[in-house]
Design a protein around this ligand. Structure first.
Ligand code: GRF
Length: 202
């Protein structure tokens, strides 16, 4: 079974959705380690409640130095490129290209827009300001760009005239909690193949 590492910075609701699915035996993966760069992240309390090991690695040093600390922690918990999966779930740091190369096609992220629309920060605000009629969320492979890797799954939500950043974010978040565990399950069952930018699900 693969070992799963989840990187968070805050609320941890996507992490919780994934851990819940694992506890319900929907995903055959071992939740090995939660890492937070924020010491009082709400997600750390959830990890504790669910009995999943968690480490706080506060932001420090250069990107390369910080990445080395994360890599060391993942290695200690056997979340390796060979037998591991790393999920970014609201992790607010950008991983360096060496890290990404080491875990090539083994890092997933959830982003609150239909990529390639509205990458980066404040995607829900970007969608509203653009006047998009539909937005949503994307689970994608992490490559060395920001929100640029191959897309595994997406879910759409309508943008209503009365939507605010909060209401749109809530609608999108409820879809995130569905597709992120599904994508992790596909990965854990070896059902994902990547050719170029295309993710083929068997
Ligand atoms: C989510 O909106 C996710 O799409 C984005 O960051 C937020 C994290 O929320 N990457 P949570 O910490 O999982 O609750």
């Amino acid at each position: 079974m693969l070992n799963l590492g989840i990187l968070i910075s805050g609320r941890g609701s996507n992490m919780e959705a994934i851990l819940d699915a694992i506890k319900k035996d929907k995903i055959p993966i071992n939740p090995a380690l939660i890492i937070s760069d924020v010491s009082d992240a709400r997600g750390l309390h959830i990890a504790k409640r669910l009995g999943v090991p968690a480490e706080v690695i506060p932001s420090a040093g250069s990107r390369a130095e910080y990445d080395t600390m994360i890599l060391d922690a993942l290695r200690r918990y056997e979340v390796t490129p060979q037998n591991g999966l790393v999920c970014l779930a609201g992790f607010m740091r950008i991983l360096g290209s060496e890290f990404v190369a080491k875990y090539k096609n083994k890092i997933l992220n959830i982003h609150p827009s239909l990529l390639p629309a509205f990458p980066g920060l404040y995607s829900q605000k970007q969608a509203l300001e653009y006047g998009a009629k539909v937005s949503g969320c994307s689970v994608h492979i992490v490559d060395s760009g920001v929100d640029t890797g191959p897309v595994i799954m997406q879910a759409a939500v309508p943008v209503d005239v009365n939507d605010t950043v909060e209401s749109l974010s809530d609608k999108i978040l409820s879809k995130e909690h569905i597709i992120y565990p599904q994508a992790v399950e596909l990965f854990a069952r070896g059902k994902i193949r990547i050719t170029g930018r295309r993710v083929i699900i068997s």
